[in-house]
Design a protein around this ligand. Structure first.
Ligand SMILES: CC(C)(COP(=O)(O)OP(=O)(O)OC[C@H]1O[C@@H](n2cnc3c(N)ncnc32)[C@H](O)[C@@H]1OP(=O)(O)O)[C@@H](O)C(=O)NCCC(=O)NCCS
Length: 388
Protein backbone atom coordinates (compact mmCIF):
# COMPACT_ATOMS: atom_id res chain seq x y z
CA UNK A 1 0.00 0.00 0.00
CA UNK A 2 1.49 3.31 -1.01
CA UNK A 3 -0.99 5.31 1.07
CA UNK A 4 -1.50 7.71 -1.85
CA UNK A 5 -5.14 8.71 -2.40
CA UNK A 6 -6.74 7.30 -5.56
CA UNK A 7 -7.26 9.91 -8.28
CA UNK A 8 -10.82 11.22 -8.47
CA UNK A 9 -12.93 9.05 -10.74
CA UNK A 10 -14.04 10.53 -14.06
CA UNK A 11 -16.68 7.83 -14.40
CA UNK A 12 -20.17 9.17 -15.22
CA UNK A 13 -22.89 6.49 -15.05
CA UNK A 14 -24.74 6.25 -18.34
CA UNK A 15 -22.41 8.96 -19.71
CA UNK A 16 -24.96 11.54 -18.57
CA UNK A 17 -23.92 15.02 -19.66
CA UNK A 18 -20.77 13.73 -21.38
CA UNK A 19 -20.18 15.33 -24.79
CA UNK A 20 -18.97 12.42 -26.93
CA UNK A 21 -19.02 13.98 -30.38
CA UNK A 22 -19.70 17.13 -32.37
CA UNK A 23 -22.46 17.06 -34.94
CA UNK A 24 -24.09 19.36 -37.45
CA UNK A 25 -27.00 16.96 -37.97
CA UNK A 26 -29.20 17.70 -35.00
CA UNK A 27 -29.53 19.68 -31.79
CA UNK A 28 -31.39 18.23 -28.81
CA UNK A 29 -31.86 20.45 -25.76
CA UNK A 30 -34.63 20.64 -23.18
CA UNK A 31 -37.87 21.20 -25.12
CA UNK A 32 -35.98 21.73 -28.35
CA UNK A 33 -35.34 19.46 -31.33
CA UNK A 34 -33.64 20.97 -34.37
CA UNK A 35 -32.67 19.16 -37.60
CA UNK A 36 -29.88 20.98 -39.43
CA UNK A 37 -31.18 24.34 -38.18
CA UNK A 38 -34.92 23.65 -38.58
CA UNK A 39 -36.98 23.26 -35.43
CA UNK A 40 -39.11 20.13 -35.61
CA UNK A 41 -42.26 22.29 -35.45
CA UNK A 42 -41.23 23.86 -38.78
CA UNK A 43 -41.00 20.47 -40.45
CA UNK A 44 -43.84 18.45 -38.89
CA UNK A 45 -47.04 19.20 -40.77
CA UNK A 46 -45.24 21.03 -43.58
CA UNK A 47 -42.61 18.74 -45.06
CA UNK A 48 -42.66 15.37 -46.75
CA UNK A 49 -40.50 12.69 -45.13
CA UNK A 50 -38.39 12.56 -48.29
CA UNK A 51 -37.53 16.28 -47.90
CA UNK A 52 -36.47 15.71 -44.30
CA UNK A 53 -34.40 12.64 -45.22
CA UNK A 54 -32.69 14.74 -47.89
CA UNK A 55 -32.12 17.53 -45.38
CA UNK A 56 -30.51 15.16 -42.89
CA UNK A 57 -28.31 13.46 -45.48
CA UNK A 58 -27.30 16.51 -47.52
CA UNK A 59 -27.44 19.29 -44.94
CA UNK A 60 -29.98 21.51 -46.76
CA UNK A 61 -33.58 21.24 -47.92
CA UNK A 62 -33.82 20.10 -51.54
CA UNK A 63 -34.89 22.37 -54.37
CA UNK A 64 -37.65 21.06 -56.64
CA UNK A 65 -35.37 19.20 -59.09
CA UNK A 66 -33.22 17.76 -56.28
CA UNK A 67 -36.28 16.43 -54.53
CA UNK A 68 -37.61 14.92 -57.74
CA UNK A 69 -34.32 13.07 -58.29
CA UNK A 70 -34.08 11.98 -54.65
CA UNK A 71 -37.60 10.59 -54.70
CA UNK A 72 -36.94 8.80 -57.99
CA UNK A 73 -33.89 7.15 -56.41
CA UNK A 74 -35.93 6.06 -53.39
CA UNK A 75 -38.66 4.62 -55.62
CA UNK A 76 -36.05 2.78 -57.71
CA UNK A 77 -34.66 1.01 -54.65
CA UNK A 78 -37.91 0.07 -52.89
CA UNK A 79 -37.96 -3.43 -54.33
CA UNK A 80 -36.51 -6.28 -52.28
CA UNK A 81 -34.74 -9.28 -53.76
CA UNK A 82 -35.92 -12.93 -53.74
CA UNK A 83 -33.28 -13.65 -51.08
CA UNK A 84 -34.72 -10.97 -48.79
CA UNK A 85 -38.30 -12.02 -49.52
CA UNK A 86 -37.45 -15.63 -48.63
CA UNK A 87 -35.76 -14.57 -45.41
CA UNK A 88 -38.85 -12.61 -44.38
CA UNK A 89 -41.15 -15.50 -45.25
CA UNK A 90 -39.03 -17.97 -43.29
CA UNK A 91 -38.84 -15.76 -40.22
CA UNK A 92 -42.35 -14.34 -40.20
CA UNK A 93 -43.96 -17.13 -38.18
CA UNK A 94 -41.65 -17.06 -35.18
CA UNK A 95 -39.53 -13.90 -35.41
CA UNK A 96 -40.40 -10.78 -33.44
CA UNK A 97 -40.63 -7.59 -35.55
CA UNK A 98 -37.34 -6.03 -34.42
CA UNK A 99 -35.44 -9.33 -34.76
CA UNK A 100 -36.75 -9.76 -38.28
CA UNK A 101 -36.02 -6.16 -39.25
CA UNK A 102 -32.48 -6.28 -37.84
CA UNK A 103 -31.67 -9.61 -39.48
CA UNK A 104 -33.12 -8.71 -42.85
CA UNK A 105 -31.60 -5.23 -43.01
CA UNK A 106 -28.25 -6.77 -42.10
CA UNK A 107 -28.73 -9.33 -44.89
CA UNK A 108 -29.25 -6.60 -47.50
CA UNK A 109 -25.50 -5.92 -47.20
CA UNK A 110 -24.92 -9.22 -49.01
CA UNK A 111 -26.42 -7.69 -52.13
CA UNK A 112 -25.28 -4.11 -51.84
CA UNK A 113 -22.83 -3.28 -54.64
CA UNK A 114 -20.96 -0.78 -52.44
CA UNK A 115 -20.69 -2.96 -49.33
CA UNK A 116 -17.42 -2.08 -47.60
CA UNK A 117 -16.99 1.24 -49.47
CA UNK A 118 -17.18 4.05 -46.91
CA UNK A 119 -16.65 6.94 -49.32
CA UNK A 120 -19.18 9.77 -49.15
CA UNK A 121 -20.76 8.89 -52.49
CA UNK A 122 -21.11 5.20 -51.65
CA UNK A 123 -22.47 6.00 -48.19
CA UNK A 124 -25.09 8.30 -49.69
CA UNK A 125 -26.20 5.67 -52.18
CA UNK A 126 -26.39 3.07 -49.40
CA UNK A 127 -28.38 5.49 -47.22
CA UNK A 128 -30.92 5.85 -50.04
CA UNK A 129 -31.12 2.10 -50.59
CA UNK A 130 -31.60 1.41 -46.88
CA UNK A 131 -34.19 4.18 -46.46
CA UNK A 132 -36.06 2.88 -49.51
CA UNK A 133 -36.04 -0.81 -48.53
CA UNK A 134 -36.83 -0.55 -44.84
CA UNK A 135 -40.59 0.12 -45.34
CA UNK A 136 -40.84 -2.68 -47.92
CA UNK A 137 -39.19 -5.14 -45.54
CA UNK A 138 -41.43 -4.20 -42.62
CA UNK A 139 -44.61 -4.19 -44.72
CA UNK A 140 -43.77 -7.61 -46.21
CA UNK A 141 -43.26 -9.00 -42.70
CA UNK A 142 -46.54 -7.47 -41.50
CA UNK A 143 -48.41 -9.15 -44.36
CA UNK A 144 -46.56 -12.48 -44.11
CA UNK A 145 -47.24 -12.98 -40.44
CA UNK A 146 -50.94 -12.57 -41.18
CA UNK A 147 -50.58 -15.28 -43.84
CA UNK A 148 -50.96 -12.74 -46.66
CA UNK A 149 -48.89 -12.15 -49.78
CA UNK A 150 -46.77 -8.97 -49.68
CA UNK A 151 -48.12 -6.01 -51.65
CA UNK A 152 -45.46 -4.66 -54.03
CA UNK A 153 -44.38 -1.01 -53.77
CA UNK A 154 -46.38 1.51 -55.78
CA UNK A 155 -44.14 3.92 -57.68
CA UNK A 156 -46.76 6.68 -57.82
CA UNK A 157 -47.01 6.96 -54.02
CA UNK A 158 -44.77 8.92 -51.66
CA UNK A 159 -42.70 7.25 -48.95
CA UNK A 160 -45.34 7.18 -46.18
CA UNK A 161 -48.34 6.57 -48.46
CA UNK A 162 -46.50 3.69 -50.11
CA UNK A 163 -45.74 2.13 -46.72
CA UNK A 164 -49.42 2.42 -45.71
CA UNK A 165 -50.40 0.83 -49.02
CA UNK A 166 -47.91 -2.07 -48.71
CA UNK A 167 -48.65 -2.76 -45.04
CA UNK A 168 -52.39 -2.18 -44.85
CA UNK A 169 -53.64 -2.39 -48.45
CA UNK A 170 -57.23 -1.25 -48.83
CA UNK A 171 -57.66 -1.44 -45.05
CA UNK A 172 -55.46 1.66 -44.65
CA UNK A 173 -57.02 4.44 -42.58
CA UNK A 174 -57.89 7.54 -44.64
CA UNK A 175 -55.36 9.57 -42.60
CA UNK A 176 -52.65 6.87 -42.61
CA UNK A 177 -50.40 8.47 -45.22
CA UNK A 178 -50.30 11.97 -43.75
CA UNK A 179 -50.10 10.85 -40.12
CA UNK A 180 -47.31 8.36 -40.87
CA UNK A 181 -45.49 11.01 -42.90
CA UNK A 182 -45.36 13.28 -39.84
CA UNK A 183 -44.51 10.40 -37.49
CA UNK A 184 -41.57 9.42 -39.68
CA UNK A 185 -40.40 13.05 -39.64
CA UNK A 186 -40.71 13.32 -35.86
CA UNK A 187 -38.72 10.13 -35.41
CA UNK A 188 -36.17 10.71 -38.17
CA UNK A 189 -33.39 12.01 -35.96
CA UNK A 190 -32.53 12.62 -32.33
CA UNK A 191 -28.90 13.46 -31.69
CA UNK A 192 -26.73 11.04 -29.76
CA UNK A 193 -29.47 8.72 -28.49
CA UNK A 194 -28.40 5.14 -27.71
CA UNK A 195 -28.97 3.68 -31.19
CA UNK A 196 -27.29 6.58 -33.00
CA UNK A 197 -24.36 6.47 -30.61
CA UNK A 198 -24.11 2.73 -31.29
CA UNK A 199 -24.15 3.38 -35.04
CA UNK A 200 -21.38 5.98 -34.68
CA UNK A 201 -19.23 3.69 -32.51
CA UNK A 202 -19.47 0.95 -35.13
CA UNK A 203 -18.84 3.42 -37.99
CA UNK A 204 -15.83 4.77 -36.08
CA UNK A 205 -14.08 1.40 -36.46
CA UNK A 206 -14.33 2.04 -40.21
CA UNK A 207 -17.02 -0.60 -40.44
CA UNK A 208 -19.56 0.00 -43.19
CA UNK A 209 -23.03 1.50 -43.13
CA UNK A 210 -24.92 -1.81 -43.02
CA UNK A 211 -22.89 -2.99 -40.02
CA UNK A 212 -23.56 0.32 -38.26
CA UNK A 213 -27.30 0.35 -39.01
CA UNK A 214 -27.68 -3.30 -37.95
CA UNK A 215 -26.06 -2.46 -34.62
CA UNK A 216 -28.33 0.58 -34.26
CA UNK A 217 -31.37 -1.63 -34.79
CA UNK A 218 -30.14 -3.85 -31.98
CA UNK A 219 -29.89 -0.86 -29.65
CA UNK A 220 -33.28 0.53 -30.64
CA UNK A 221 -35.02 -2.67 -29.59
CA UNK A 222 -34.54 -2.17 -25.85
CA UNK A 223 -37.51 -1.01 -23.75
CA UNK A 224 -35.54 1.95 -22.38
CA UNK A 225 -35.12 3.24 -25.95
CA UNK A 226 -37.38 2.61 -28.99
CA UNK A 227 -38.87 -0.47 -27.34
CA UNK A 228 -40.87 1.92 -25.17
CA UNK A 229 -43.42 2.33 -27.99
CA UNK A 230 -44.33 -1.36 -27.81
CA UNK A 231 -43.99 -1.19 -24.02
CA UNK A 232 -46.54 1.64 -23.83
CA UNK A 233 -49.14 -0.38 -25.70
CA UNK A 234 -48.54 -3.40 -23.44
CA UNK A 235 -48.96 -1.14 -20.40
CA UNK A 236 -52.22 0.36 -21.68
CA UNK A 237 -53.59 -3.15 -22.24
CA UNK A 238 -52.50 -4.15 -18.75
CA UNK A 239 -54.16 -1.12 -17.16
CA UNK A 240 -57.28 -2.06 -19.10
CA UNK A 241 -59.61 0.78 -18.06
CA UNK A 242 -59.21 4.49 -17.17
CA UNK A 243 -60.52 3.94 -13.62
CA UNK A 244 -57.74 1.41 -12.94
CA UNK A 245 -54.98 3.85 -13.91
CA UNK A 246 -54.41 5.47 -10.48
CA UNK A 247 -53.87 2.14 -8.69
CA UNK A 248 -51.76 0.76 -11.50
CA UNK A 249 -49.45 3.80 -11.50
CA UNK A 250 -49.18 3.90 -7.69
CA UNK A 251 -48.22 0.22 -7.65
CA UNK A 252 -45.70 0.70 -10.49
CA UNK A 253 -43.97 3.60 -8.76
CA UNK A 254 -43.91 1.84 -5.40
CA UNK A 255 -42.23 -1.13 -7.09
CA UNK A 256 -39.78 1.01 -9.09
CA UNK A 257 -41.26 -0.11 -12.40
CA UNK A 258 -40.24 2.27 -15.19
CA UNK A 259 -43.41 3.49 -16.82
CA UNK A 260 -43.03 3.33 -20.61
CA UNK A 261 -43.37 6.65 -22.39
CA UNK A 262 -42.19 8.76 -19.44
CA UNK A 263 -38.78 10.22 -18.81
CA UNK A 264 -35.90 11.36 -20.94
CA UNK A 265 -32.17 11.82 -20.49
CA UNK A 266 -31.97 15.22 -22.23
CA UNK A 267 -35.48 16.64 -22.04
CA UNK A 268 -36.06 17.72 -18.46
CA UNK A 269 -39.49 19.29 -18.85
CA UNK A 270 -40.86 18.66 -22.32
CA UNK A 271 -40.39 16.45 -25.40
CA UNK A 272 -41.51 18.57 -28.39
CA UNK A 273 -42.41 15.48 -30.45
CA UNK A 274 -45.01 14.34 -27.95
CA UNK A 275 -47.31 17.36 -28.61
CA UNK A 276 -47.69 16.42 -32.27
CA UNK A 277 -48.29 12.78 -31.47
CA UNK A 278 -50.79 13.54 -28.74
CA UNK A 279 -52.81 15.58 -31.24
CA UNK A 280 -52.83 12.62 -33.64
CA UNK A 281 -53.82 10.16 -30.92
CA UNK A 282 -56.64 12.40 -29.74
CA UNK A 283 -57.91 12.96 -33.27
CA UNK A 284 -57.75 9.31 -34.35
CA UNK A 285 -59.35 8.14 -31.10
CA UNK A 286 -62.59 9.84 -32.17
CA UNK A 287 -63.24 7.26 -34.92
CA UNK A 288 -61.93 4.28 -32.93
CA UNK A 289 -64.48 1.75 -31.81
CA UNK A 290 -62.17 -0.59 -29.85
CA UNK A 291 -60.90 -0.34 -26.24
CA UNK A 292 -60.58 3.16 -24.77
CA UNK A 293 -56.84 3.39 -25.30
CA UNK A 294 -56.59 7.19 -25.40
CA UNK A 295 -58.73 7.60 -22.28
CA UNK A 296 -56.62 5.01 -20.45
CA UNK A 297 -53.50 6.78 -21.58
CA UNK A 298 -54.76 10.16 -20.40
CA UNK A 299 -55.76 8.65 -17.05
CA UNK A 300 -52.27 7.13 -16.70
CA UNK A 301 -50.71 10.53 -17.52
CA UNK A 302 -52.89 12.22 -14.87
CA UNK A 303 -51.99 9.57 -12.31
CA UNK A 304 -48.28 9.92 -13.09
CA UNK A 305 -48.56 13.72 -12.68
CA UNK A 306 -50.16 13.24 -9.24
CA UNK A 307 -47.57 10.66 -8.13
CA UNK A 308 -44.86 13.01 -9.30
CA UNK A 309 -45.81 15.60 -6.71
CA UNK A 310 -44.63 13.37 -3.88
CA UNK A 311 -41.75 11.62 -5.69
CA UNK A 312 -38.10 12.31 -4.86
CA UNK A 313 -36.26 14.78 -7.09
CA UNK A 314 -34.46 12.22 -9.33
CA UNK A 315 -37.77 10.56 -10.18
CA UNK A 316 -39.76 13.83 -10.37
CA UNK A 317 -37.80 15.12 -13.34
CA UNK A 318 -38.33 11.87 -15.26
CA UNK A 319 -42.04 11.64 -14.56
CA UNK A 320 -42.51 15.24 -15.75
CA UNK A 321 -41.69 14.34 -19.37
CA UNK A 322 -44.09 12.47 -21.63
CA UNK A 323 -41.80 11.25 -24.38
CA UNK A 324 -42.22 10.48 -28.09
CA UNK A 325 -43.09 6.83 -27.58
CA UNK A 326 -46.15 7.43 -25.43
CA UNK A 327 -48.59 8.78 -28.01
CA UNK A 328 -46.85 7.12 -30.97
CA UNK A 329 -48.08 3.83 -29.52
CA UNK A 330 -51.77 4.74 -29.68
CA UNK A 331 -51.43 6.69 -32.93
CA UNK A 332 -50.10 3.58 -34.68
CA UNK A 333 -52.71 1.36 -33.07
CA UNK A 334 -55.50 3.63 -34.32
CA UNK A 335 -54.05 3.39 -37.82
CA UNK A 336 -54.44 -0.40 -37.66
CA UNK A 337 -50.79 -1.19 -36.95
CA UNK A 338 -50.43 -3.92 -34.33
CA UNK A 339 -49.13 -3.02 -30.88
CA UNK A 340 -45.82 -4.88 -31.24
CA UNK A 341 -44.84 -3.02 -34.43
CA UNK A 342 -44.35 0.45 -32.98
CA UNK A 343 -40.60 0.11 -32.47
CA UNK A 344 -40.04 -1.20 -36.01
CA UNK A 345 -42.04 1.69 -37.38
CA UNK A 346 -39.83 4.02 -35.36
CA UNK A 347 -36.84 2.48 -37.18
CA UNK A 348 -38.41 3.19 -40.57
CA UNK A 349 -38.35 6.89 -39.68
CA UNK A 350 -34.98 6.87 -37.86
CA UNK A 351 -33.01 5.27 -40.68
CA UNK A 352 -32.32 8.68 -42.29
CA UNK A 353 -30.87 10.06 -39.05
CA UNK A 354 -28.69 7.01 -38.46
CA UNK A 355 -27.30 7.22 -41.98
CA UNK A 356 -26.60 10.96 -41.66
CA UNK A 357 -24.60 10.31 -38.47
CA UNK A 358 -22.71 7.38 -39.99
CA UNK A 359 -21.74 9.60 -42.92
CA UNK A 360 -20.64 12.37 -40.56
CA UNK A 361 -18.56 9.87 -38.57
CA UNK A 362 -16.93 8.39 -41.68
CA UNK A 363 -16.18 11.88 -43.00
CA UNK A 364 -14.25 12.96 -39.91
CA UNK A 365 -13.30 9.83 -38.08
CA UNK A 366 -11.41 8.91 -35.00
CA UNK A 367 -12.16 5.57 -33.39
CA UNK A 368 -14.49 5.95 -30.40
CA UNK A 369 -12.71 4.16 -27.64
CA UNK A 370 -13.43 5.37 -24.10
CA UNK A 371 -11.87 3.89 -20.99
CA UNK A 372 -13.25 1.91 -18.11
CA UNK A 373 -12.35 2.20 -14.45
CA UNK A 374 -11.22 -1.19 -13.19
CA UNK A 375 -13.03 -2.30 -10.02
CA UNK A 376 -11.96 -5.97 -9.90
CA UNK A 377 -9.33 -7.65 -7.69
CA UNK A 378 -5.58 -7.24 -8.17
CA UNK A 379 -2.41 -9.26 -7.70
CA UNK A 380 -3.90 -12.73 -8.03
CA UNK A 381 -1.53 -15.63 -8.71
CA UNK A 382 -2.06 -18.51 -11.07
CA UNK A 383 -3.18 -21.72 -9.33
CA UNK A 384 -2.96 -24.96 -11.34
CA UNK A 385 -6.33 -26.58 -12.03
CA UNK A 386 -5.71 -29.56 -9.72
CA UNK A 387 -5.10 -27.24 -6.77
CA UNK A 388 -8.21 -25.04 -7.22
C1 LIG B 1 -35.76 7.46 -20.63
C2 LIG B 1 -35.01 6.87 -19.46
C3 LIG B 1 -34.28 5.61 -19.97
C4 LIG B 1 -33.98 7.90 -18.98
O1 LIG B 1 -33.15 7.27 -18.06
P1 LIG B 1 -32.11 8.04 -17.13
O2 LIG B 1 -31.88 9.42 -17.61
O3 LIG B 1 -30.93 7.15 -16.97
O4 LIG B 1 -32.88 8.16 -15.75
P2 LIG B 1 -32.83 7.14 -14.52
O5 LIG B 1 -33.22 5.78 -15.00
O6 LIG B 1 -31.54 7.27 -13.83
O7 LIG B 1 -34.00 7.74 -13.65
C5 LIG B 1 -33.84 8.47 -12.42
C6 LIG B 1 -34.86 7.93 -11.44
O8 LIG B 1 -36.16 8.07 -12.00
C7 LIG B 1 -36.81 6.80 -12.12
N1 LIG B 1 -37.51 6.76 -13.41
C8 LIG B 1 -37.01 7.12 -14.60
N2 LIG B 1 -37.91 6.95 -15.57
C9 LIG B 1 -39.01 6.47 -14.97
C10 LIG B 1 -40.26 6.08 -15.45
N3 LIG B 1 -40.55 6.16 -16.76
N4 LIG B 1 -41.17 5.60 -14.58
C11 LIG B 1 -40.88 5.50 -13.26
N5 LIG B 1 -39.70 5.87 -12.73
C12 LIG B 1 -38.77 6.35 -13.58
C13 LIG B 1 -35.70 5.77 -12.09
O9 LIG B 1 -36.13 4.51 -11.62
C14 LIG B 1 -34.70 6.43 -11.16
O10 LIG B 1 -35.12 6.20 -9.85
P3 LIG B 1 -34.02 6.06 -8.66
O11 LIG B 1 -33.38 7.42 -8.54
O12 LIG B 1 -34.86 5.66 -7.48
O13 LIG B 1 -33.06 4.98 -9.09
C15 LIG B 1 -35.96 6.51 -18.30
O14 LIG B 1 -36.67 7.67 -17.93
C16 LIG B 1 -36.92 5.39 -18.66
O15 LIG B 1 -36.54 4.22 -18.51
N6 LIG B 1 -38.14 5.71 -19.16
C17 LIG B 1 -39.09 4.67 -19.53
C18 LIG B 1 -38.71 4.08 -20.87
C19 LIG B 1 -38.96 5.06 -22.00
O16 LIG B 1 -40.03 5.64 -22.14
N7 LIG B 1 -37.95 5.18 -22.87
C20 LIG B 1 -38.03 6.00 -24.07
C21 LIG B 1 -37.17 7.20 -23.98
S1 LIG B 1 -37.43 8.27 -25.38
Amino acid sequence: MSGAAAPPSAYVPGLEGVVATRTAVCKVADGELVYRGYHIDELAGNAEYEEVAYLLLHGALPRREQLREFKAELVKHRQISPLVRDLIRNMSESGTPMDVLRTVISATSLEDPAEGDNSEGADLRKAIRLTAKMPTVLAAYIRRRKGLQPIPPEAGLGHAANFAHMALGDQAHARAADVLNTCFILQAEHGLNASTFTARVVASTDADMHASVSAALGALKGPLHGGATDGTMRMIDEVGAPERAADWVAHAIQNKVKISGFGHRVYKTHDPRADHLRRFAELLAKDWTGPKYFEIQEAVADAVARQRETAKESVRSKLGVVNVDYYAATTYTYLGIAADLGTSLFAVGRIAGWCAHIMEQHANNRIIRPESEYTGPAGKRWVPLVER
